[in-house]
Structure formats: C-alpha cells, structure tokens
Write a protein that binds this ligand. Sequence first.
Ligand code: NAD
Length: 300
Amino acid sequence: MATSVGFIGVGNMGNPMAGNVLKAGFPMTVFDLDPKAMENLVKAGAKAAGSAAEVVERSEVVFTSLPASPDVEKAYLEPGGLVERAKAGTILIDLSSVLPSTPRKIEPKAKAKGVGFLEAPVSGGVTGAAAGTLAIMVGGDAETLKRAEPVLKPIGPNIFHVGPPGAGNTVKAINNMMASVNSLAMMEGLALGVKAGLDPMTIYEVVKASSGASKALEGIPRSIVPRNFDPGFKVALMNKDLETFNTIAKELHVPVSFANVAQRYQQAAMAAGLEEQNTTAAMLVIERLACVQVSKGGEA
Ligand code: NAD
C-alpha cells in the first residue's frame, strides 16, 4: 500500500507541494490553521484534519511548511506536538526555511523516540512548487532520506543531501541572500534606467542577454511592469531569511555586507505596510526614493 502522507501548513508553497504529492498517488491528510487553504486539496481527494495531532496519528510521513522558526519549534516540540505524538518509524520532514538551530533542536529529540527527522527547505518559488521542480536542500540522516525519497520526488527532482541537521537551512539562507541581492540590484538598475528614459522591457531584454542576467530579472515582466505584487514570496518571509543569514554570519564571525543592505530594503517595505506583499514590492520603496515609477499598470 502507498505510504500515507500528512501535510501541515498548506499556504502559498505548501498547497502546490501537497497537491503534487497527492497527484503522485499518496493518500493524504492535511491541516492548516486557515481552513480555506485546504479546500482545493480536499476537493482533489485529501482528508482535512482538525489538528496537527490528527495528521501525525494518521500518517507515516508528515511534511510541514510553516512560516518561521517559532512556528516550527512550537509544532514539533511543544507537549502534544509532532515529536511527542509520532509513532516510532514515522518520518517528519520540515520544508520551511528556518534558523539552522531549529532542526538541530528537533532531530535528536525525534531520534530518541525512533522517529526520523529531516530538514528540507526548498527553492524555486510558487511557480516551481506548482510545476514540481523545486530544489530540495536536505539536512539529516542519509538512511532516513533514502526512505523519504519517493514522497520527496513529486515536490522536486533536485534533491541535495547537504549534510547534518542545520546544513540544509544554511544553504537555503545563502541562496535567499543571493536571490534578494540580485533582485534589489535589478530594481535599483531599473529605477535608474526608467529615470534615464529607457523602456523597462528594453532593460529586461538587453540584460537578460547580457552579463548582468539573473533569475531576478523575471520580476520585471511578471510583477513590476504589470504592477502585480500579490505573493508569491512575502516580504516578511524574505526579511526572516536575511535575518537567518545575518545570524549565521554573526555566529561564525564572517563579515558580510550585502545581506544587511538587502534587509534594509525589506524592512523599509515592511515599515510601508507591504510585509504581506511579494518581495518585488520593495520596488515601490525604491521608486519613492528615486521619485520615479517604472510603469503604471502595464504601460511601460
Ligand atoms: P504562507 O504564509 O503562504 O503559508 C504558511 C501557511 O502555514 C499558512 O496557510 C498558515 O495558515 C499555515 N500555518 C501557520 N502556522 C500553522 C500551524 N501551527 N499549523 C498549521 N498551519 C499553520 O507561507 P509560504 O510562502 O507558503 O512559506 C512557507 C515556508 O516556505 C516559509 O518558511 C517560507 O520562507 C518558505 N518558502 C517560501 C517560498 C515562496 O516562494 N513563497 C519559497 C521557498 C521557501
């Protein structure tokens, strides 16, 4: 019989990831604090649970995709939480982006109960989650990963075992720092270009074919020009990931610069009330600073 899978937290990322695991034929139980978030999955055949405890009782493998470290630590480690309720042999997999200290706290407690635990933060955004093409950065025991691979594959083909617990979220923080810096560099360039009289789509096409190209450029046609700042990936979550990068840097005494600049923009966006908007909403702050607007709803 196919492995029974549980999914806790089916928001912007969890929802399409759970959808792909369900489509791959695994019987699924889902739980989210927001009942609306579960509706499409229930229509597609998942069972809705009334609590996280119910999910872990019904599932051999349990995924979580929650906002940040406090949510994850609460869900796993509080009395009556996932670690306490999981039966021996269960595998718990956290797909959230958290501080490396979080999986380091959870894994030994799970292991002591005969429960497998993997941290497995992902990258590729909501588009990659829907397409089942995410990169998965796993920290934890190799044998547990081998057992979990069939349920991870529908989420993404690029499964990287990067080391012990904490290693996965370290790589994830490095990735997101680079993504954020690329994105903000793109936005500053765009503001300057438009103020100089260039068409934003010309900047997009030329840089895409040139040495300044990065995935961040896709934010121009997808979000900035059409003025669509719906998440996607929320400003508040990117701010949390930059905080993680800076925390690791402080712990290791590594002097870093760009993450601080990038985080300053995320914080300015949060101060402007944009924390629930897509990370590209930092463009609205940059436009204000430069007294320019890149586009007014589609017209460049
Ligand atoms: P989201 O806010 O859209 O979804 C989080 C979901 O968790 C919400 O539906 C919320 O109701 C639910 N939730 C919160 N606490 C819960 C609890 N205790 N029990 C059950 N449900 C609970 O966030 P998201 O964008 O889906 O991000 C989830 C994680 O994935 C974050 O750590 C984020 O940094 C990471 N991530 C996001 C993206 C992206 O593009 N959005 C990409 C890669 C990684």
